[in-house]
Design a protein around this ligand. Structure first.
Ligand code: HEC
Ligand code: HEC
Length: 483
């Protein structure tokens, strides 16, 4: 191999040398004419063959460039789009992580389809558990991106929805909020599915209206029970404290004495604790009384007796502690609970959830009770959480329909004052408000009124408009009761 290379190089060198020598001696012999003095091509030749060749060359080059530039440009676009896609994917992933980390799905449903939250209601001082957290999988049909961002950054004060953005006092920076929005946006259902939700939501609104009296009755009973617990917390904390102490004493001495089943608890401890747990349950301090069998190390299948015993004794002790705290704050708590009970009783008397459907039908729908019923349910399912004070907190807190909350009151002929025609009003409800942009006769939007044109059919929007413009929302009973 290397000899071959050496041979080639050597031959090449010899040939080169021979050429130099040859050309050197040729130059000696000739007397070269300088190029500028020699005869070149004639004008004829220049203007035909040569010019043609130059032109053809130019055309070919131009053609090449014409093709090459767009091809380059297109692949470059693709490449950049690839980057954008990649960034977007990464953002969705981060958004999902934020969604999980901050528990959005605990309230709004893991699949974004909506859920409920619990909350201590300001007005009533009653703890409510069924505050509706709206579906977010159709949010972008109702809000534009900035409006959606507003709710996430600032939350909605006086509801379970906390502020999440730094500007609102929450933990998320603007990048994280953008990621969340991208994540939510990528989980929007298609519009047909959004429209198909209507019937389910209306059925929910109807059953809530029909079951309201019973729900409030249950809440009153619970509140009375709570008041009783507070009233007797002095004696009960002492009694439960004594029970918990005896149980702890037995558990601490569990290593002494005969232990038939070898579970670390002596037979005496097991029978003694079983009796104490039964006593606590009978007195209402334990929901269930665990039985410990001295001849069986796992009386509850899958849970060792030592664990069962420790858990129940812990429950007794923490129950005693919380009763003691209740007793220490007895006066404040009793006042608060008493206030809540009065609130609930007044709500039960007023029964604002009740709607005289036939009256609505006669006033606004030419006697058509079916249309009136649907209109009322539509209003409750889609509008009440912002326009009926207390609606989200449950039927007991309901103020009169459409009495105003985050959004203005729609009673007392307000709809007729603000919107001179039903068409204007329809248009507004369909597209919603825009921050800083006027609407109706004297409204100025904040961007917080959603648009419903993509989630409700034209017929349903018409029903709502007709209902709100009707005479049944005149507001007289609202003004009469003073809310
Ligand atoms: C403790 C429960 C809870 C948690 C956690 C929660 N939300 Fe909410 N959210 C609510 C409730 C309740 C509402 C509706 C308030 C109202 O109008 O009554 C709401 C409203 C919203 C709205 C406005 C929707 C609309 O249709 O008006 C958006 C957007 C939203 N939440 C996004 C989020 C995101 C994103 C997270 C997680 C970072 C989150 N929420 C965490 C309870 C919660
Ligand atoms: C997320 C809260 C929210 C929901 C849900 C909501 N609105 Fe509103 N609405 C508002 C706010 C806030 C305003 C005031 C305008 C603004 O701030 O942009 C408003 C204004 C209005 C007005 C104008 C009132 C006036 O006198 O200026 C009408 C009419 C109205 N809403 C009807 C509806 C109807 C009908 C629905 C249900 C299909 C509905 N709203 C659902 C928040 C809401």
């Amino acid at each position: 191999m290397s000899t071959l290379v050496v041979t080639i190089v050597a031959l090449g060198a010899i040939a080169w040398f021979a050429y130099l020598v040859g050309s050197g001696s040729r130059r000696d012999r000739q007397d070269p004419v300088p190029a500028n003095l020699s005869v070149s091509q004639t004008d004829d030749e220049m203007e035909t063959r040569r010019l043609d060749r130059a032109l053809v060359g130019a055309v070919v080059t131009a053609g090449f460039l014409t093709l090459a530039m767009p091809i380059y440009y297109l692949t470059e676009l693709d490449r950049q789009e690839g980057f954008v896609d990649e960034f977007h994917e990464a953002s969705l992933e981060r958004g999902h992580e934020v969604w999980l980390e901050f528990g959005c799905g605990d309230c709004h449903g893991a699949n974004l389809a909506g859920g409920v939250a619990s909350f201590l209601e300001e007005r009533s001082q009653v703890n409510v558990s069924g505050w509706a957290a709206p579906a977010l999988d159709d949010m972008f049909y109702r809000y534009d991106r900035d409006e959606a961002m507003f709710w996430i950054v600032y939350g909605r004060a006086n509801t379970p929805m906390p502020p999440w953005g730094l500007e609102g006092g929450g933990p998320l920076n603007s990048q994280q909020v953008e990621d969340l929005l991208n994540y939510i946006e990528s989980h929007q259902v298609d519009q047909t599915a959004a429209l198909l939700k209507v019937d389910g939501l209306l059925a929910g609104a109807l059953s809530r209206r029909e079951g309201a009296a019973e729900v409030v009755g249950d809440q009153i009973a619970e509140q009375e029970q709570l008041i009783e617990t507070i009233r007797t917390s002095g004696t009960s904390s002492a009694a439960l404290g004594d029970i918990a102490e005896r149980a702890r004493y037995l558990l601490d001495g569990a290593a002494e004495g005969i232990d038939t089943d070898g579970d670390g608890l002596s037979d005496v401890t097991e029978t003694g604790l079983t009796a104490i747990f039964a006593e606590a349950q009978a007195a209402g301090y334990l929901a269930t009384a665990v039985t410990l069998d001295p001849r069986n190390a796992e009386t509850l299948i899958g849970i060792g007796d030592a664990t069962s015993a420790a858990t129940s004794v812990g429950d007794l002790e923490s129950g005693a502690t919380s009763l003691t705290i209740t007793f220490q704050n007895q006066d404040v708590l009793a006042e608060q609970a008493g206030f809540g009970l009065q609130f609930l009783r007044a709500a039960a008397r007023q029964a604002h959830w009740e709607v005289d459907v036939q009256a609505v039908a006669d006033a606004s729908f030419g006697g058509d009770a079916g249309a009136a019923d649907r209109a009322v349910n539509l209003y409750n399912a889609y509008c009440a959480r912002c326009h009926t004070a207390g609606y989200s907190a449950g039927p007991s807190f309901q103020q009169p329909q459409a009495s105003g909350a985050l959004g203005p009151s729609l009673r007392g002929g307000r709809a007729l004052t603000q919107f001179l025609t039903a068409e204007d009003m329809y248009e507004f409800i369909s597209v919603g408000s825009t921050s800083g942009v006027g609407y109706g006769v004297n409204g100025v939007g904040s961007g917080r009124m959603p648009g419903f044109g993509m989630v409700l059919s034209a017929e349903d929007l018409d029903l709502i408009v007709q209902y709100l413009r009707g005479a049944t929302l005149d507001g007289s009973e609202y003004l009469g009761e003073g809310g």
